[in-house]
Design a protein around this ligand. Structure first.
Ligand SMILES: *[C@@H]1O[C@H](CO)[C@@H](O)[C@H](O)[C@H]1NC(C)=O
Length: 314
């Protein structure tokens, strides 16, 4: 088979086999200083590239210079990624931004807002109020438009203040209610560095939170997962919480991306990138979530047939 035919086949087949990946990464003081180090920048690029949507937290880049440098390298070959960034958020002078990087071929931003925590029963609960973003997911593949089962997606990011982790996670439920009162969306994911472990949040305390007691929410990252880079720590700080059974059913994998191991770094090299690992989830978004073999086969056969059909005019 000639090479172009293989390429063509691959183009048609990839929506059948490629998962849709959403990541949340506390990039520990992401700013100009961090991206000035080429090795660190390279690792960051590798981390983001794996994801269709990647949330960066602890971004300290009010001028956006570090972000545009990262985007410049990510998009060196083709315009792949776009970014949506929150304003600097904080109580006093210390601020952080939430940044979502997303693959612009498949995804666009529909709406966004900063949650205001002026609830009288819980005033000013968040050190960094969530910056909520609503995404539209288009089908991918230029010719063969396989309809994704996932078309709307709302992401609620959160980086809690460690000592207030329980209070802030409890208040995330109010954020969810607020989001649902504004937008009619059924696919909602709450994610980020919740500091949801070790001395900041006991398992017992976690199990009393509304985000846990409400059976509509599914915690994908378990209490036994270590999301920290340091060998000496073992804490499930970073989490992904999915709303709804339908969305949960599409999940094929959830866990950390151990970039120390995958990119063969030393602990010291890895710690220059961050003290957290990204947490990520894979979604099977083609043909109603083809967990069974049959829909996958149908998808592949259809792709082959259509690829065969188009061969004549190329
Ligand atoms: C990540 O990989 C490194 C290197 O293989 C290993 O030592 C470390 O325990 C792993 N960390 C986690 C949290 O899995």
């Amino acid at each position: 088979m000639s090479r172009w035919l293989l390429l063509l086949l691959f183009h048609f087949l990839w929506p059948c086999v490629w998962p849709f990946r959403i990541c949340a990464f506390n990039a520990q003081r992401f700013g100009e200083k961090k991206v000035a180090n080429d090795e660190v920048l390279n690792v960051l690029v590798k981390i983001v590239k794996r994801c269709d949507i990647c949330l960066l937290q602890e971004v300290q880049d009010p001028k956006g210079l570090a972000l545009s440098k990262l985007l410049g390298v990510l998009n060196r070959q083709q315009d792949l990624f776009l970014a949506v960034s929150s304003p600097p958020i904080g109580r006093k002078t210390y601020t952080e931004q939430y940044v979502f990087l997303y693959k612009s071929e498949k995804i666009s931003v529909k709406d966004q807002y900063k949650y205001e925590d002026n609830n009288p029963s819980r005033p000013d609960v968040f050190a960094r109020e969530p910056y909520v973003v609503s995404f539209t997911v288009q089908s991918a593949g230029q010719w063969l438009k396989i309809e994704y089962t996932l078309q709307d997606l709302v992401l609620i990011p959160q980086h809690t203040e460690p000592d207030k982790a329980a209070l802030e996670i409890e208040a995330l439920y109010d954020v969810f209610v607020d989001v649902r009162s504004r937008w009619s969306c059924k696919n909602v994911i709450i994610m980020g560095d919740f500091n949801a472990g070790c001395s900041y949040l006991s398992k017992k305390k976690r199990k009393s939170l509304r985000l846990y007691t409400d059976p509509d929410f599914h915690w994908l990252i378990s209490d036994s997962t270590d999301t920290t880079v340091r060998e000496s720590t073992n804490c499930p700080y970073d989490r992904i919480v999915v709303y709804g059974q339908e969305l949960t059913d599409l999940v094929t994998f959830a866990g950390i991306y151990n970039f120390t191991k995958e990119l063969r770094l030393s602990e010291e090299q890895a710690l220059k990138v961050s003290d957290h690992y990204p947490v990520e989830m894979n979604l099977d978004v083609t043909l109603g979530g083809s967990k069974t073999l049959l829909p996958s086969l149908v998808c592949i056969v259809l792709s082959l047939l259509i690829a065969g059909g188009t061969r004549n005019f190329i």
